[in-house]
Every structure is written in structure tokens, then in C-alpha cells.
Design a protein around this ligand. Structure first.
Ligand SMILES: NC(=O)c1ccc[n+]([C@@H]2O[C@H](COP(=O)([O-])OP(=O)(O)OC[C@H]3O[C@@H](n4cnc5c(N)ncnc54)[C@H](O)[C@@H]3O)[C@@H](O)[C@H]2O)c1
Length: 424
């Protein structure tokens, strides 16, 4: 970047948008971050972070050096580029919910100036940037590719991953037209170590869905393998480690209590919904989903058996669940398998508590659970302890030493060979 700062906006300041806004600010763009959540904007303005991957210091320094936060879209009136990072959840019917993207586009359309480049980062179905966004932005005779530029660039961050930050991960990008792709590439090139240009926004959308569907399907396969291995009295974790010594043609995936987060359980449905519109059956996706959704029940059934062998019925048992977040080191509980496991155990009338240093409260159906403090008395009093999320803050050895029965859904107890420790 040269003397003249280029002004960019980031719309939606969550796990994706906030790190992106900071990365753009670090590369000397003049950045305004916009979010409809007033509390979030106030927190950010006061120099406090709202996601784990960004520290308070980073936000405070960015604010001091000119990064601004706003709830007002009119602050985007003179930007050269805008990245949209709003949620794309599923409806109750497991179909795509683009309402946040559409809302953002409708608010942007009247304010973004001519020549602006709009990049959608939120995961969407193939074709959505062109079908759903272009028409809204192309108000009043605006021609996409001439008066306004539109592209899709999937966010590929992995919150909690200290090895790969947002700008280290190659940035896939495709424009609605060639000119749109060129403009978006010029906007992102100074920010990311590598921009991977693909032929169209639809191609870029499918890249993201391929990556996450690949994970969902392989996790489904390994969850099925885990159930087979259990019946064969074989340790699936040893099997995976040994298979992983093959230097080609194998990639490790690990079983677990079920899929979690905003991406892996959700994104395959964006693909299957679109495939269905074209009359294509998505058998792999559907099967993986079935297997993955059955994991909490599989775990509950194995706990029932273990408790029975010890003369306790699950309905009379005290169960302590460790970890409510969907993965280690984050507080994100969206689609967390801990929720399904607690609901499943509650369905058996067990008394369930959970402990998670990152998650003070957890909604399970109509009930709100509060994280209990971790005391030796509580550990010793539980009939079963379930390790659902292996945050590094948890002292696994201490838990194993104090608990009567441990069900480890994450191989967090690897290396311990105790009779009261059961691994998935
Ligand atoms: N979280 C991840 O690890 C991850 C990784 C890759 C891709 N994604 C995708 O990125 C997108 C964003 O995910 P996220 O995890 O950052 O979501 P998030 O819920 O953490 O953040 C979204 C933010 O958008 C704001 N918002 C909602 N509607 C708005 C509007 N109309 N205008 C302005 N702000 C609005 C919300 O207040 C919130 O702060 C999703 O499509 C998700 O699938 C997420």
C-alpha cells in the first residue's frame, strides 16, 4: 500500500470478521468494522476483544491506531471494498438460511459507492453470490462487473489453531465476472500471504463446501469404524496411529462425540440442498450425517452398560460432563455435541452437571445449565465423568485419578491404562 490509505469495511464482526478487520488494519487499510450488535460494538470500541483468537491488547492497539467500529452502515459510504462475514446457519428444516447475508446486502446496497468491491466470506451454497447477492446490490441500474464488483472468498480459519492464523491460510477467491475477480484479488493480495484465484464465485463456493463435506464424511467413516472396533475389542486410536504411518494415501480423522461448530455440521446441508435442486442424491453426505448424529446415543449406550456392570442404573447416576464447547480452547457452543450428550443423559433421567472453563452457561433444550466448579468432592461423587472437549486447562491426570469411571470421547487419556477409563 502507498501513502493513500484505502478504506475498507468488514460487515459482521464475529469469529471470522473481527480477525479479518484486524488483519486488514495491520496491512494499513483504513478499516471500519460494522455489526448490528450494539453491545459488541461498544465492547470493541472500549478495546476489549469478543473472540478468543484476538486479544484485548490487539483490539485496543487497533482502536488507538485508527480502526473504527460502528453499527451504522452509512459509515461504509466511501469504502473501496467490503467483506461480508455474517452467519449462514440452517433453518429448522436443515435448509440454508441466507437471511443474514440478504439483510447485510440490503443495507449495503444504498450506501456502497460506485466502483466498490464486495466480497462475501460467509459460507453459502454454490451459486448464491451470483443468485442471491448480485440482484440486491445491483439496484438502480448498477451493473455488476462494471459499476460494482462482487466476489466470493471463503473464510477457512480454524479458531483455536495457533499454527495457522487468518492471513497464513491461502485465500481462495472467485469473481462473479473476470473483472470482479481482478478487483477482489487486488483488495486481498496485500492482506493474505497467498491468494488462490479460481474461475468463478460458484467455483470458490464449491471449494469451501468440498473442504467441509470432506471432513464431515471422513469423520462419519471413522465414527463408524470406532463402533466396529469397539465390538472387536480393538482400540480405534491405536489403529488410526498405525494407519497414519503410511506415507501416502491415508489421512487421519478421529472419532468423537459428534460434529460441532458453525461449519462442519452445517455446510454439507448447503451442498445437499443445492444438489437436490438439480436432482442429485447426496448419499455420502446423508449417511455421514446419520452416523455422526448417532454418536451421542452410542456414547450413552456404552455408559449405560458400564454403569450396569458396576451396579448403578443411569437413571440414578450423577454424571459430570467435561467440556461444553464444540472444540478445545474456544467458548463456541454452536452445535456442540455436549448439548446432545447432556440431552441424551437427561432423557435417561440421570443427574447431569458440566464443567467448562470457557463456557459459564449452556442452553440444552429449554434448560440452562451452569458450569459447576471443579472440586475433588464433585469428581469423586460422580458415577461417571465424560470427557467431551479436551481443553488444555483440564488436568486430565487429576480427573482420572479422582473419578470412579471415565468415558473418554477424545482420547485425552492416551497413555493411561486404568480399568476405570473407557475410550470411545
Ligand atoms: N467460525 C468459524 O470457524 C468459521 C470458519 C470459516 C467460515 N465461517 C463462516 O463465516 C461466517 C461467519 O461466521 P462466524 O463464526 O464469524 O459468525 P459469528 O456469529 O461469530 O459472527 C457473525 C457476526 O455477524 C453479525 N451480524 C449478523 N447480521 C448482521 C448484519 N446484517 N449486519 C452486520 N452484522 C451482522 C452478528 O452480530 C455477529 O457479530 C459463516 O458463514 C460461517 O459459516 C466460520
Amino acid at each position: 500500500m502507498t501513502e493513500t490509505l484505502t478504506r475498507v469495511g468488514v460487515v459482521g464482526l464475529g469469529y471470522v470478521g473481527l480477525p479479518l478487520a484486524l488483519a486488514m488494519h495491520d496491512r494499513d487499510y483504513d478499516v471500519v468494522g460494522v455489526d448490528t450488535d450494539t453491545n459488541k460494538i461498544e465492547t470493541l470500541r472500549s478495546g476489549e476483544s469478543t473472540v478468543e483468537d484476538v486479544t484485548d491488547d490487539e483490539v485496543a492497539t487497533a482502536v488507538e491506531t485508527g480502526l473504527t467500529f460502528s453499527t451504522d452502515y452509512s459509515d461504509l459510504a466511501n469504502v473501496d471494498g467490503v467483506s461480508i462475514c455474517v452467519p449462514t446457519p440452517l433453518r429448522k428444516t436443515d435448509t440454508p438460511d441466507l437471511s443474514f447475508v440478504i439483510d447485510a446486502a440490503e443495507r449495503l446496497a444504498p450506501v456502497v459507492p460506485a466502483g466498490c468491491t464486495v466480497v462475501l466470506e460467509s459460507t453459502v451454497y454454490p451459486g448464491a453470490t451470483e443468485d442471491a447477492l448480485a440482484d440486491i446490490l445491483a439496484e438502480n441500474g448498477v451493473i455488476v462487473g462494471e459499476d460494482l464488483y462482487l466476489a466470493f472468498s471463503p473464510e477457512r480459519i480454524d479458531p483455536g489453531n495457533e499454527e495457522y492464523g487468518p492471513t497464513d491460510i491461502p485465500k481462495v477467491l472467485g469473481g462473479v465476472t473476470e473483472a470482479c475477480g481482478d478487483r477482489a484479488e487486488a483488495l486481498y493480495d496485500p492482506v493474505f500471504d497467498e491468494v488462490v484465484r479460481v474461475d468463478s464465485s460458484t467455483e470458490a463456493e464449491l471449494v469451501k463446501l468440498l473442504e467441509n463435506t470432506f471432513r464431515a464424511v471422513n469423520i462419519g467413516l471413522i465414527n463408524e469404524l470406532a463402533q466396529i472396533a469397539h465390538e472387536l475389542n480393538v482400540d480405534i486410536w491405536n489403529v488410526i496411529d498405525a494407519a497414519d504411518t503410511k506415507p501416502f494415501g491415508f489421512m487421519s480423522f478421529y472419532p468423537g462425540p459428534g460434529l460441532g461448530g458453525h461449519c462442519i455440521p452445517v455446510d454439507p446441508f448447503y451442498l445437499s440442498w443445492k444438489a437436490d435442486q438439480h436432482g442429485v442424491d447426496t448419499r455420502f453426505i446423508d449417511l455421514a450425517d446419520t452416523v455422526n448424529r448417532e454418536m451421542p446415543t452410542h456414547i450413552a449406550n456404552r455408559i449405560v452398560k458400564q454403569l450396569n456392570d458396576r451396579g448403578t442404573a443411569l437413571s440414578n447416576a450423577n454424571v459430570l460432563v467435561f467440556g461444553a464447547a464444540y472444540k478445545p480452547e474456544v467458548s463456541d457452543t454452536r452445535e456442540s455435541p455436549a448439548i446432545d450428550i447432556i440431552a441424551e443423559l437427561d432423557g435417561w433421567h440421570a443427574t447431569v452437571d458440566y464443567h467448562d472453563p470457557h463456557v459459564p452457561k449452556l442452553d440444552v433444550g429449554d434448560e440452562i445449565y451452569e458450569s459447576v466448579s471443579l472440586t475433588d468432592e464433585r469428581l469423586q461423587g460422580a458415577d461417571c465423568v465424560i470427557l467431551v472437549t479436551d481443553h488444555s486447562a483440564l488436568d486430565i491426570d487429576h480427573i482420572v485419578d479422582e473419578a470412579k469411571l471415565v468415558f473418554d470421547a477424545r482420547n485425552a487419556t492416551r497413555g493411561r491404562e486404568d480399568d476405570h477409563v473407557i475410550r470411545l
